[in-house]
Design a protein around this ligand. Structure first.
Ligand SMILES: Nc1ncnc2c1ncn2[C@@H]1O[C@H](COP(=O)(O)OP(=O)(O)OP(=O)(O)O)[C@@H](O)[C@H]1O
Ligand SMILES: [Mg+2]
Length: 484
């Protein structure tokens, strides 16, 4: 069912129920009040007649027929009839009849001084007795000096009862029609207003479903619709973000596939060329060992590429477990220096270590070595006839390391991407014997992050580069996380 109809129905139900409850209680009250009034009136008559009768005859209680007739005449204009019984339970008025008596049980009650209210409601008594109008009477005993002298039964139509009920009903009908009209108009306005807001929301939802995220719903902060709009806006922002993230991931994945294919094609082409040469025997015998050595180098390169990729994926997906411990970093750096001596000599570089004898660091020993090897290898690789300085020092809550070279450096634009996989600032640079895959810094970044540390680079073209990273002490990482 449409919201509009639901609102209308609800309003209708509320109006009808309240008018019905009101109507029933008002009519009931009017009816009861009319009866009560009538009883009081009749009792007033009965007592007045009694008093008059008694006063007239002072001590003896003989009700005067003339007096009563006069009374009857006065009251008949008021639609009142009466019958009078003496203390023997015999009717003495309008006509004296000894056979007309009140039921003895009723008379006994009268003797005890109880008056009786008789309600001859035509709704309750059947059609035969119905006077079409409600009829009430009261039976009142008369006492003189504590003795029952007689009783009067005085009755009348309930004055104006029907008339007042009819007018009540009319009033109620008018009230009903009026409230229905007001209710209808109100519900129409409210539901049209709500409908409009719902429509706006549903249109916005459709747009979002169609991929349009440039949508913002108005939020005045007033009611549940505004709350819905606020949540909707939040949802759109979140959706937009995740959509962007998905697109970025897809782009990275495509880039990765392209780069990986490109990286593998070179060694595979070389190997294939040599194999074809061997197949058709076009390689002179004395060149064969060299060719086979080249093929081996290229195969190793491929293996390294695959391994590094796997390693990178593992680090990135938190699949490697770091075994952290406190050790002397200077020891590792000194060993590194010895290992790298040859490469430094090849490039005619000076390799310098600047660190205290004791430099505690809390890290995974092998992974820390891997980080340093990658950075120093890069520094040597991109520095000819210069100096590469490895330094380490204690800082607050951790140990800071840096690898500084005086090599070719990088532009700011290049610095943005060097931590991405397969990125090489200048692919045309001569490859060294091992060949580069562009994975080194991506692995370094992941490892430093895994250690809860940070890495940054400062570099200027033709002046050199400095890579600096910090590794925090045991417990500090958790402390920072807990206080974030
Ligand atoms: N010290 C440096 N001086 C100048 N350029 C650098 C330096 N270190 C890195 N780069 C630039 O960043 C790029 C990415 O470095 P990364 O170590 O990730 O890859 P790679 O050295 O080319 O290959 P891999 O380390 O996987 O063998 C390098 O190709 C180079 O262009
Ligand atoms: Mg490298």
């Amino acid at each position: 069912m449409k919201l509009l109809y639901q609102h209308l129905l609800a309003f209708l139900a509320v109006v009808l129920t309240s008018v019905a409850i009101m109507g029933v209680s008002v009519i009931h009250y009017t009816r009861e009040a009319a009866y009560e009034q009538n009883f009081i009136r009749l009792e007033g008559y009965a007592n007045a007649i009694g008093e008059q009768g008694l006063n007239n005859r002072s001590h003896s209680m003989v009700l005067d027929g003339d007096f009563l007739l006069k009374m009857q005449n006065v009251m008949s204009g008021d639609d009142v009839t009466m019958r009078i019984f003496n203390n023997q339970n015999e009717q003495i008025f309008p006509v004296p009849r000894t056979d007309l008596r009140l039921p003895s049980k009723v008379f006994a009650n009268l003797k005890r001084g109880e008056s009786l209210r008789i309600r001859n409601d035509h709704e309750k008594s059947g059609a035969k007795l119905s006077t079409s109008k409600a009829y009430t009477s009261v039976l009142v005993p008369w006492f003189y000096k504590g003795k029952l002298v007689g009783a009067i039964l005085i009755g009348s139509r309930v004055a104006n009862l029907e008339a007042s009920i009819v007018s009540e009903k009319r009033n109620l009908l008018v009230a009903l029609l009026f409230s229905l009209l007001v209710g209808l108009i109100l519900s129409l306005v409210i539901s049209l207003y709500s409908n409009q807001r719902i429509k706006r929301l549903s249109q916005a939802t459709q747009k979002v479903a169609a991929g349009n995220f440039a949508i913002h719903l108005e939020d005045k902060g007033n009611d549940e619709f505004d709350e819905l709009a606020r949540n909707f806006n939040k949802m759109v922002t979140a959706l937009e973000k995740s959509q962007e993230e998905i697109a970025a991931q897809e782009k990275r994945r495509e880039q990765f596939m392209a780069d990986a294919a490109h990286e593998m094609r070179t060694p595979l082409t070389t190997i294939n060329g040599i194999l074809e040469g061997l197949q058709y025997d076009v390689i002179p015998d004395d060149s064969k060992p060299k060719s086979i050595a080249l093929m081996q180098r290229e195969t190793k390169r491929l293996i390294r590429l695959v391994n590094e990729n796997l390693d990178y994926e593992k680090i990135r997906n938190n699949q490697i477990m770091l075994v952290k411990a406190n050790f002397n970093a200077t020891q590792v750096l000194t060993d590194l220096l010895t290992q790298m001596k040859n490469k430094a000599q090849q490039m005619n570089d000076k390799l310098v270590l600047s660190a205290p004898d004791e430099l505690p660091v809390y890290a995974d020993h092998d992974r820390f070595t891997q980080i340093m090897v990658n950075l120093v290898q890069n520094a040597l690789q991109f520095t000819q006839d210069g100096t590469v300085t490895i330094s380490g020092r204690r800082v607050e809550h951790g140990t800071e390391f840096s690898v500084k070279d005086t090599g070719i450096g990088m532009s700011e634009e290049q610095q943005k991407y060097i931590f991405e996989r397969f990125y090489k600032a200048d692919p045309s640079r001569a490859r060294s014997g091992t060949g580069e895959s562009g994975l080194g810094l991506a692995i370094v970044l992941s490892l430093v992050k895994q250690h809860g540390g940070q890495i940054k680079v400062e570099s200027k073209p033709q002046q050199g580069s400095t890579f600096t990273f910090t590794i925090f002490d045991h417990g500090y990482e958790q402390y920072v996380k807990a206080n974030e």
